[in-house]
Design a protein around this ligand. Structure first.
Ligand SMILES: NC(=O)CC[C@H](N)C(=O)O
Length: 225
């Protein structure tokens, strides 16, 4: 049976269309989820896409975290459902307490938009199993608040438990601690990353199709669940 992967739209979300397209390209059914509905429509996994939910007012992700749909996402994630947060989605998942740490203003205080090499550090998560450990992938990065920060103790725990899923390769674009670009929850089912795999699904439009592995990985996680 075709896997159903939900993609949430908040007011101000702008990457839901590309995220849905990536889901479909990977062979799953993309199911639109609305921020105001406390209903996950029986999906098998959820993507929280990028953008500027609620205009990034207060703090990126701080208001979206209280949207009715997020209560259901938190409940489902705690029960083991694969959840992916991309960029603003990563910020929302940190604000929701599903992932540790916080995303703060880029070190240079500028919005950064560029293609970015990432190193796949862990293939143990629900969203990275299709990559080879140590592989380098090229995907767009476009964010103003992409600097991952956490306490030294949390960073050590993330590193020690193999929960650093993606790290910036080459220079560190935004001052993220330990060049961390993406992390997972303790059980590996929830992943957040700052760069945008959903914008790298076709070599024709560039910069690569390296992002598709994330969505293929989720299909395995759903089948094995
Ligand atoms: N592309 C995005 O999702 C942007 C996320 C967030 N609004 C930021 O600028 O950091």
């Amino acid at each position: 049976m075709t896997a159903r992967i939900g993609v949430i739209t908040f007011p101000g979300t702008l990457d839901d269309i590309d995220a849905s397209r990536a889901v479909t390209t990977a062979g799953a059914e993309a199911v639109s989820l609305w921020h105001g509905d406390a209903d996950l429509k029986k999906v098998d996994a959820v993507v929280v896409p990028g953008g500027f939910s609620y205009g990034d007012y207060l703090r990126a992700g701080a208001i979206a975290r209280f949207a009715p749909v997020m209560g259901e996402v938190i409940r489902a994630a705690q029960a083991g459902m694969p959840v992916l947060g991309i960029c603003n989605g990563f910020q929302v998942l940190c604000e929701a307490g599903l992932l540790p740490g916080a995303l703060t203003r880029n070190q240079n205080l500028h919005f950064i938009c560029r293609d970015q090499w990432l190193k796949v550090e862990s293939t143990g998560s629900a969203w990275s199993s299709r990559y080879e450990s140590g592989a380098e992938i090229l995907v767009p990065l476009k964010s103003g608040e992409g600097r991952f920060q956490a306490s030294e103790a949390v960073l050590d725990e993330l590193e020690g438990d193999g929960r650093v899923v993606f790290r910036y390769a080459g220079d560190n674009p935004n001052g993220s601690q330990r060049s961390i670009a993406g992390i997972s929850s303790a059980n590996g089912r929830v992943v957040g990353l700052m760069p945008h795999p959903e914008h790298a699904t076709e070599a024709l439009t560039g910069p690569s199709d390296d992002g598709l592995g994330i969505f293929y990985s989720a299909l395995d996680a759903i089948v094995k669940a």
